[in-house]
Design a protein around this ligand. Structure first.
Ligand SMILES: CCCCCCCC(=O)SCCNC(=O)CCNC(=O)[C@H](O)C(C)(C)COP(=O)(O)OP(=O)(O)OC[C@H]1O[C@@H](n2cnc3c(N)ncnc32)[C@H](O)[C@@H]1OP(=O)(O)O
Length: 219
């Protein structure tokens, strides 16, 4: 069986950490070259994940899944022949394989991030596979969304690459599933290698979670 085209990930080392080019033009850059097959497969897997946790064992569904799996295996022999109608989300990463904004990672919703003035902003509605308590987004996923959006904001002004050193989340209220929420992040102040960040998840304009964090550029 053919393999999907590899999708490189930014190195976690300081030298190769996300650059201005990766982040600064979030929401404006041309989408990076992607593997259509990987994106197509990720989209299908997301849909399946939802179907498999929301449907009872169903012979017709199982047959549909089997047929799709067969078609995917066939398609994997000729990935270039697969067409994709997904819009390309813009995360700011040049080669994004993160489990939150990547279009080719089935773990990701995926979440698209744009710049609005001094803030990084994402509008997203999370489906059932991100559930923690009934009808609520899992708290770890809330933290993941905030980490990514604050991280995007931390790199949006052309500052060198930096990593999350500290992230504190205050959960004020439920973050609902299947409803649009807005995730916002910004730089509050910069001190040398340190960037002090804040942000929130907004539900109908009110915060369901607030974040404060410290991003530090490696020496
Ligand atoms: C585009 C979207 C991007 C999204 C990315 C998502 C975010 C991520 O997932 S990042 C990955 C997860 N994070 C990591 O892997 C980071 C792991 N940690 C590290 O690599 C290192 O600790 C690193 C590079 C952050 C800092 O290392 P290092 O430079 O040795 O730190 P250190 O010297 O101890 O601290 C730097 C300064 O900050 C200060 N400092 C450290 N912690 C704190 C704190 N909590 N509050 C205030 N100051 C602090 C230190 O005192 C020091 O100050 P000074 O320079 O005056 O001496």
């Amino acid at each position: 069986m053919g393999q999907p085209s590899p999708v490189a990930q930014d190195s976690p080392t300081g030298q190769d950490s996300p650059t201005e080019q990766d982040h600064a033009a979030a929401g404006h850059a041309e989408p990076a070259a992607r593997s259509p097959y990987a994106e197509h497969t990720a989209r299908l897997t997301r849909s399946l994940a939802h179907a498999l946790v929301s449907e009872n064992d169903d012979a017709e569904l199982a047959e549909t899944v089997r047929a799709l799996a067969t078609r995917l295996l066939d398609a994997s022999e000729a990935p270039a022949a697969v067409t994709v109608d997904d819009p390309h989300p813009r995360s700011g990463f040049r080669r994004d394989i993160t489990p939150i904004t990547s279009a080719v990672n089935p773990l990701a919703p995926p979440m698209a991030i744009r710049r609005e003035g001094d803030e990084s902003v994402s509008d997203v509605a999370l489906p059932l596979q991100y559930q923690g308590p009934p009808a609520r987004v899992h708290g770890g996923i809330v933290a993941l969304m905030l980490d990514q959006v604050l991280g995007n904001a931390a790199h949006s002004t052309g500052l060198p690459g930096a990593y999350t050193r500290e992230l504190t989340i205050t959960y004020d209220a439920a973050t609902p599933l299947d409803r649009p929420v807005q995730v916002v992040g910004r730089i509050d102040r910069v001190e040398g290698r340190k960037r002090f960040m804040s942000g929130e998840v907004l539900v109908d304009g009110a915060p369901s979670a607030r974040a404060h964090g410290l991003w530090i550029s490696p020496r």
